[in-house]
Design a binder for this molecule. Structure first.
Ligand code: ADP
Length: 639
């Protein structure tokens, strides 16, 4: 195949432009990125070799090598990992901008100020252009013998051609370093000491040896083995720059925060600090070591359907696979890190994992450990927990409807916004604050705290001093329904039928009044009903409103209006349950209405129905008609 020149994809160009012209600090991280890629390639190679014993791969030979050439001003990073095919080269470092790249562009401004964010977006390789004005990649994929050579000066185009890689399978990245000057604080990346420091700082835990040929002066020896005065010789030898300690197998007391943090950045492909970590060794029926982290920020692709999650799986230090989704329940998918099992077979595949009893036992043990830790953070480090909750609370909540065995534990961990106070509250805290005459836990679901705060459904509860929990995440519709009871107290939606706020005595004393109201408004209720008949199943006097004229209430067992909208937005057909329209007889609008003609009463009834739809956040069936009706009403105002 002849040499061909191609244009970088537009987004990649933008990234390169940023690398070349804007990022002047933290340039040294390019090495961390390239070493991280090489280490991943070696991990993948080892895994492939397990399936291909005929390749005769050997553990001992695997390494990453740095070759610095001060006179040529080049730095070369070599690995004998999995390598890339021609297509993979084009895809990974060239034409296709993966989702991460696009996201990176969105955050370009932020990155200009915080270059340490670069790696988070999966654009690691391009950071080479922060320090180099020409980069070449020579690679050969395992199982093939045709190599690919890639080259670019980072100015918008790159070239690729078929070219044998003399060393065989693996990848060589050569950076032709930009000239450096003392005043722009760029270090000499061909300097042994500089490289040693950078590797130690960012890549010490990498499991594969990072080798570099170093030279040192040694005294020359005479025939008897004694140093010869004034005579030295240069000796070259390989030095392993990293300690290679599998960090998770070390005792937590011996690992520093910085070491944990660098390791996290490597496994999570995130270069921001983790929020918390859980590091322990499980003994008993399943023996494994777990080192897991809760990220400090929500990964940019966290909510993409195709985004990968899951922990990295090792068996006795041997990397098996990353993104192993069978080691943690879906509702803990924010966790990043590794599980190293002593019991699993090295030949596990993704298919086997799903059904493996040992893996299921690990998953169960991990879930219960993580929930326990979350409980401790909640009670001992509230601020940290709230940070966690803001980022990943909606994910954890999914456990309530989905993990029956841990449901109660997760319920204790839930945080809610509420009508009683600013900030977050837990269910146990809510129960402690409950009024003596309050029998149930009240909640309402909606789009935002702001919208819910002024909701008419809250009016009477506010008067009674009853606290209401706000469910503002989509998943709350399911979560609230499946909690049903907490500490023997029913959870009650305040937008549904059957809300009993009064005690027996209060009810009795109000019965008379309610009856007389019903009598007083009997005809009007009938007229309203005929006007809104197609939309609602009943019109009745409300006991839950104070200031608002009307509201719509769902049947006790019907889905809420929000649930209906959510299901619709997911493309699921939901039979529309008709709701009940409740009217507030104390509102002056009904006194006035009684004096009007039946025709006008009907028109007003329609307006009121539409108002009720608006207050609950539902779309109007005919907004144009509604606005005309309002305009017409306005023209009738006398003064
Ligand atoms: P990331 O590593 O975050 O995915 P990069 O831009 O650093 O992003 O690399 C893009 C892809 O190129 C990698 O995911 C990997 O598939 C491939 N790649 C990079 N370096 C190597 C290497 N040394 N060996 C094999 N594949 C590599």
């Amino acid at each position: 195949m002849a040499r061909e020149t191609r244009q970088f994809q537009a987004e990649v160009k933008e990234i390169l432009d940023l690398m070349v012209h804007s990022l002047y600090s933290h340039r040294e991280i390019f090495l961390r990125e390239l070493i991280s890629n090489a280490s991943d390639a070696l991990d993948k190679m080892r895994f492939e070799e397990l399936q291909h014993p005929e390749w005769g791969g050997s553990e001992e030979e695997k390494h990453i090598r740095l070759i610095a050439n001060p006179s040529e001003k080049t730095l070369t990073i070599i690995d004998n990992g999995i390598g890339m095919t021609h297509e993979e080269v084009l895809k990974n470092i060239g034409t296709i901008a993966h989702s991460g790249t696009k996201e990176f562009i969105k955050h370009a401004k932020e990155v200009k100020d915080r270059p340490d964010l670069i790696g988070q977006f999966g654009v690691g390789f391009y950071s080479s252009f922060m320090v180099a004005d020409r980069v070449t990649v020579s690679t050969c994929k395992a199982g093939t013998d045709t190599g690919t050579f890639w080259e670019s000066t980072g100015d918008g185009s790159f070239s690729v051609e078929e070219r044998t890689r003399p060393e065989g399978v693996g990848t060589t990245v050569t950076l032709h370093l930009k000239p450096f000057t003392d005043d722009d604080s760029v270090e000499d990346f061909t300097d042994e000491h500089v490289l040693r420091r950078i590797v130690k700082k960012y890549s010490d835990f990498i499991a594969w040896p990072i080798l570099m040929m170093v030279s040192r002066e040694e005294d020359e020896l005479d025939a008897e083995g004694n140093p010869v005065e004034g005579k030295t010789k240069t000796v070259s030898e390989d030095e392993t720059l990293n300690s290679r300690k599998a960090i998770w197998l070390r005792s937590p007391q011996d690992v520093t925060d910085d070491e944990y943090s660098e390791f996290y950045k490597h496994v999570a492909h995130d270069w921001t600090e983790p929020l918390e970590r859980i590091h322990y060794r499980a003994e008993g029926s399943q023996e494994f070591t777990a080192l897991m982290f809760v990220p400090g920020t929500v990964p940019f692709d966290y909510n993409y359907r195709e985004s990968k999650w899951g922990l990295s799986l090792y068996v006795n230090r041997v990397f098996i696979m990353d993104h192993c989704e069978d080691l943690v329940p879906t509702y803990l998918r924010f966790l990043r890190g590794v599980i190293d099992s002593s019991d699993l077979s090295l030949n596990v595949s993704r298919e086997i994992l799903q059904k493996d009893r040992q893996v299921q036992a690990i998953k169960k043990a991990v879930a219960s450990k993580v929930l326990k830790h979350l409980g401790t953070w909640l009670s001992e480090r509230r601020e940290t927990y709230e940070k966690f909750w803001t980022n990943f609370g909606p994910t954890l909540k999914e456990g309530v409807p989905n993990d029956f065995s841990n449901k109660e534990k997760i319920e204790e961990l839930l945080l809610f916004r509420s009508s009683a106070q600013e900030g977050w509250t837990t269910l146990p805290e809510y129960v402690k604050r409950m009024k003596k005459d309050q029998k149930e836990i009240y909640f309402i679901t909606g789009e935002s705290v702001k919208q819910l705060e002024s909701s008419p459904y809250l009016e009477r509860l506010k008067v009674k001093g009853f606290e209401v929990l706000y469910g503002i995440d989509t998943v709350d519709e399911w979560v609230m329904q499946s909690i049903s009871k907490f500490q023997d107290k029913h959870l009650r939606s305040i937008t549904k039928e059957g809300l009993e706020l009064d005690s027996e005595d209060e009810k009795k004393s109000k019965e008379e009044e309610l009856k007389s109201k019903e009598q007083e408004f009997k005809d009007l209720l009938e007229t309203i009903k005929t006007a809104v008949e197609p939309h609602v199943k009943e019109v009745k006097i409300s006991t839950r409103l104070v200031d608002s004229p009307v509201c719509l209430v769902s049947g006790a067992y019907d889905p809420s209006s929000r649930m209906e909208r959510l299901m619709e937005s997911m493309g699921q057909a939901v039979p529309k349950a008709k709701r009940i329209m409740e009217i507030n007889p104390s509102h002056p609008v009904f006194g006035k209405m009684k004096t009007l003609s039946t025709e006008t009463q009907k028109q007003w009834a329609e307006i009121l129905y539409n108002q009720a739809l608006i207050t609950e956040g539902s779309p109007l069936e005919d907004p144009i008609k509604f606005s005309k009706q309002i305009a017409q009403l306005m023209t009738q105002v006398q003064s």
